[in-house]
Ligand binder design. Sequence first.
Ligand code: HEM
Length: 426
Amino acid sequence: MHGSDHGLSRRAFVRSAVAIGGASALAACLQREETEDVPQASLSPDELPERQHAWNDFLATDDHGNVEPPEHHLLLGLEYVGDGPADAEGERERIEAALRTLERAYERGNDGLAFTLGYGPRYVDRFETDLPETVDLPDPEALAPIEDPRLDEYDALVHLASDYGHVTLSAEEALTGELEELNGIAVEDSFDGIFDVADRRTGFIGRGLPAKNQSGVGGIPDSEPVPEDAPLFMGFKSGFRKTQASEDRVTIPDGPFAGGTTIHLSKIQLHLHQWYEQDSRDQRVAKMFSPTHAEEGLVDGAGHNLGDSSGIADIPGSAAEDARNPGTVGHAQKAARAREDGEPIILRRDFDSTDDGRAAVHFLSLQRSIADFVKTRRAMTGRDLTEGSVGSRTNNGILQYISVRNRANYLVPPRGRRALPEPNPT
Ligand code: HEM
């Protein structure tokens, strides 16, 4: 095989290896991917930004300045099994050494590795003290009347992302104590005996990957309808420069965790039979963006023509007016109602998944406080918009095609406090 065909089948192969995990999947990946190009870090850990989530300056961008997220993603839900954590001095040093190993082994970015480590409410509950008022980290909860998600109770979450599947797998192996050397760097320490991996979720994002991975996947018609140019299963590009919050906007400004952020993570199953088999192209555009986008033909293909913005802030009328006539409201149109000072308040870093053979989205977003996520999600749910033919789910954006299976919230501390932090350090 030649050119992009070869490239795509390699990427699909790597996607399944990442999903399987372990030493043999890693070996297979190393064989399949061009490994000689992965650079060691050019910056020392001390030279990296204090924000764990400062990825954008290190990630690739397209011609319009939109960030191009890494293609492969791995989420590890961790359970604390150490002796502390309230009295965890030695463990803290070990965690920090393990993380610095990743930072030395790979450049931060698509060609290397981008990662964060966050802590859940369950971790905080292990201490006598509580988080300061400057951190908003409630227990996760169901956020819409139509959902009944499992509420994750992991102590911590590692998010690993790279254009190379073998990099995410190698980083996982290093963190779990299975490797002595990582990309030519000696592995200084691991999470072994401190954190166990209790949950493993994987995924991918990028033009062509969903099409290549749709075959035989639950939630997608057998006709394999996902277009080749789509970076996500639902067929459209997401995450334009001007429809994302900036990293500054999602950073905690004050207190001991200043420079940190929060993660909301949900697992959302997709049901795309009606989407692709009964809805017309115009209906899909109207439900994803807005009826105006459909009427005026603003979206070509997956929407790569839109440049650096979906244009959702520039369309006339309002979601409430569209709910009355024509009786459909768009997902982006609804979510944009949560903007503050004209800008979105969450930074989406979500991606698709075929974990367990089912099409899903691991919806991961960063925000200064979980309240900002809840506000945005309520705007997206749009209970106030059920007029005309807009029901609690029908013609109400994409609600009919998704079901939320899991929810979780995490605090992502600044790098200086990322290793087993006390909830209220002085
Ligand atoms: C199946 C899951 C989802 C898919 C496929 C999806 C897809 C999209 C697409 C294609 C857009 C328009 C392009 C863009 O501006 O990025 C968009 C916008 C947006 N979505 Fe989603 N989305 C999903 C779930 C969610 C969830 C759970 C939230 C959280 C509340 C959310 C929040 C937003 C926001 C804030 C915007 C931008 C609105 C603005 O311009 O201000 N999305 N999404």
